[in-house]
Design a binder for this molecule. Structure first.
Ligand code: ADP
Ligand code: MG
Length: 659
């Protein structure tokens, strides 16, 4: 066959025009694309050779070689994979078969600027070579064909390409990039190795480069050692070395991987010095196929609370690195998870935008979320010291001291670092709300450590208790000493103390736990229901009745501050406290929002007074009624960590009384 010149399919020409006329923020991806093609070609050979071992032609060591020639200005990627026949070179390199690229081309608008932005997000397969080359030569011979049935394909990336028949004894393909002047830095071992390490370390195929060593220049004056030398240079040694790790840990069988190797890989991808708390490694099969290797770190990063930053899962497609921080793979509240997802279904040129829309990604996201929650459930279950169990057959499963020490406390450690972030899931992940709720832990009025789960709480509920009581406050001390807790303490009812900023927001999304309603002790009138006996109820009703006229006076005096004033039974030692209406925002949350510079409604709380308290009893008929009323209100505010609207006025009033 003599040389023939053929035209590219119209879409290819359009794509090439764009490739050669656009600026790239991410030039280096061309190497990833070409190495991935080489790797695909080796996979194909392996597959075809299952039925026809002769295709190996006695060369079973599949590999990729990358070399460059500074003088000739070329960078060459050679594989000994399946290769291409002449017709295949014409078909595969002259038309676009790949659906991802077709999609991409169909999205092109013709507006150069917009299109170049779009193309930056895509890899464009083989044609990405033209980002750095003004001419590409491909030489190939298909496995199983004769040496003189090779093909040479040449194109300058414009409208057409040439093909001719060549003799090529070795099977496989060489892609020779004739580098543009502004891309000469790719003719450097250091640069190329760096790119390979970044994108292709985990390709299971060895990628070889020729070793170089430093050679001093010639003596300027051969008879005078001191007379200086010509500049030295790196020279090729003729020896080839593997430059990638050629080892994707997640693609190996679990049983072949040691704990140490898992930990090592974690450290490599997370830049953490410490070992992770736990990992999960699974190959998921079915309509969406992928491998996940996910870790829970032992320590929170500095920017954990920044919801926009730090997603920690890397996306690979068939062991080729696609992107860091693929936030579409896990919901935001699991942003502390580190690891790798390797999909068999996604196209290599997937962009962040496409990830958001992909059905496969949705399935991966659901799968990963379930796994992470499962991992946390396991940690939580094992957080208590495991006990020896005896099976029905009488076999005792002994737990060693080491195992106990190992397992104990991991969930506690996790929770201290990431618990507040996990709570965001109540609002963010409706489908898994119940699982998340089970994983939450709190301090309580009877337990100092953050260790009480809703289930623990329920198991300890008093007879007749119908709700899970909790209080939100700025800090643990304020929560614990809050006046609203007094009656609960007196009756020995446990109250969960919630002091994370996110608590109030998150609990909005959780009305009940396992059928038992959650009730803030600072919201609505206190109704202890069956926990109150008849005499207590009667006393409260009577107090409310006799206090009516005084309540009216108080209400009048405080009409700018309090929504209402009523008598309560929730107080024991304190004269008064503030509560909000049942579905209102708590004063505490409103305060927090304002501090954060956000819009918050002006919450007018309800003042509740303790009819039994000496100060309240004194109110009636006092000449200082008005001052006392304001002091009562402002003190209630102080007791929950707030500040009087006019602190100076408060001080003045108190001082006047003291004098
Ligand atoms: P994709 O790899 O997604 O199919 P590319 O544009 O990267 O798309 O490559 C187009 C086609 O060219 C490949 O599908 C393959 O048939 C052929 N090809 C490219 N590189 C090689 C190679 N090194 N060996 C054999 N065939 C190749
Ligand atoms: Mg490709």
């Amino acid at each position: 066959m003599t040389k023939q010149t053929l035209s590219f399919q119209a879409e290819v020409a359009q794509l090439l025009h764009l490739v050669t006329h656009s600026l790239y923020s991410n030039k280096e991806i061309f190497l990833r694309e070409l190495i991935s093609n080489a790797s695909d070609a080796c996979d194909k050979l392996r597959f075809e050779a299952i039925n026809d071992g002769g295709l190996y032609e006695n060369d079973t060591e599949l590999k990729v070689k990358v070399s460059f020639d500074k003088d000739a200005k070329t960078l060459t990627i050679t594989d000994n994979g399946i290769g291409m026949s002449t017709q295949e070179a014409i078909d595969h390199l002259g038309t676009i078969a790949k659906s991802g690229t077709k999609d991409f081309v169909s999205k092109l608008s013709g507006d150069q600027k917009a299109d170049s932005q779009l193309i930056g997000q895509f890899g464009v397969g083989f044609y990405s070579g033209f980002i750095v080359a003004d001419k590409i030569t491909v030489e190939s011979r298909r496995a199983g064909m004769k040496a003189d049935e090779g093909v040479r394909w040449i194109s300058g990336g414009a409208g057409d390409f040439e093909v001719e028949n060549i003799t090529r004894p070795e099977r496989g393909t060489s892609v020779i990039l004739h580098l543009r002047d502004d891309a000469m830095d790719y003719a450097s071992a250091w640069k190329v190795k760096g790119i390979i390490n970044k994108y292709s370390d985990h390709i299971s195929l060895p990628i070889l480069m020729e070793k170089e060593e430093w050679k001093d220049g010639e003596l300027i004056n051969p008879s005078d050692e001191q007379g200086g030398r010509q500049p030295g240079a790196m020279v090729k040694t003729g020896e080839w070395e593997t430059v990638n790790k050629a080892n994707a840990i997640w693609a190996r069988a679990k049983k072949d991987i040691t704990q140490e190797q898992y930990d090592e890989f974690y450290k490599q991808i997370s830049h953490d010095f410490e070992a992770p708390l736990a990992h999960t490694h699974n190959r998921v099969e079915g309509s969406t196929e992928y491998t996940q290797l996910l870790y829970i770190p032992g320590k929170a990063p500095m920017d954990l609370y920044n919801r926009e930053k730090s997603a920690g899962v890397k996306l690979y497609v068939k062991r080729v690195f696609i992107m860091d921080d693929a936030e579409a793979l896990l919901p935001t509240y699991l942003r502390f998870v580190k690891g790798v997802v390797d999909s068999s279904d996604l196209p290599l040129n997937v962009s962040r935008e496409l990830l958001q829309e992909s059905r496969d990604v949705k399935a991966i996201r659901e799968g990963c979320t379930k796994r992470v929650l499962g991992m946390l459930e396991d940690l939580a279950k094992n957080d208590k010291l495991p006990e020896a169990t005896t099976s029905a057959e009488g076999v005792t499963d002994v737990v060693t001291e080491e195992e106990k020490a190992e397992a104990a406390g991991k969930y506690t450690r996790f929770y201290n670092e990431f618990g507040a972030v996990l709570k965001e899931g109540l609002g963010e992940d409706y489908a898994n709300k119940d699982r998340i709720a089970k994983l939450l832990r709190f301090a309580s009025s009877t337990t100092d450590t953050i260790s009480v789960s809703f289930a623990d709480y329920k198991a300890r509920m008093k007879e007749g208790q119908e709700a899970i009581y909790y209080i939100t406050a700025d800090n643990a001390a304020a929560a614990k000493n809050s006046p609203q807790l007094e009656v609960f303490k007196k009756k020995g009812i446990e109250v969960l103390l919630m002091t994370d900023r996110v608590d109030e927001w998150a609990l909005n999304y959780l009305q009940d736990f396992d059928g038992t309603p959650l009730q803030s002790v600072a919201k609505g009138a206190v109704d202890l229901g069956k926990l109150q006996d008849e005499t207590e109820k009667k006393a409260a009703e009577e107090a409310a009745e006799t206090f009516k006229p005084m309540l009216a006076k108080l209400k009048e005096a405080l009409k700018d501050k309090a929504e209402d004033v009523r008598v309560t039974t929730r107080l024991v030692d304190s004269p008064a406290c503030l509560v909000v209406q049942d579905h209102g925002m708590s004063t505490q949350l409103a305060r927090m929002l304002k501090q954060a510079g956000q819009a918050a409604p002006d919450v007018k709380p309800v003042l509740e007074v303790n009819a039994e308290h000496a100060l309240v009893k004194k109110l009636d008929g006092s000449v200082h009624f008005n001052d006392l009323a304001h002091i009562l209100f402002d003190q209630a505010l102080l007791a929950e960590g707030g500040l009087p609207a006019d602190p100076a006025a408060y001080v003045k009033r108190v001082n006047a009384l003291l004098v």
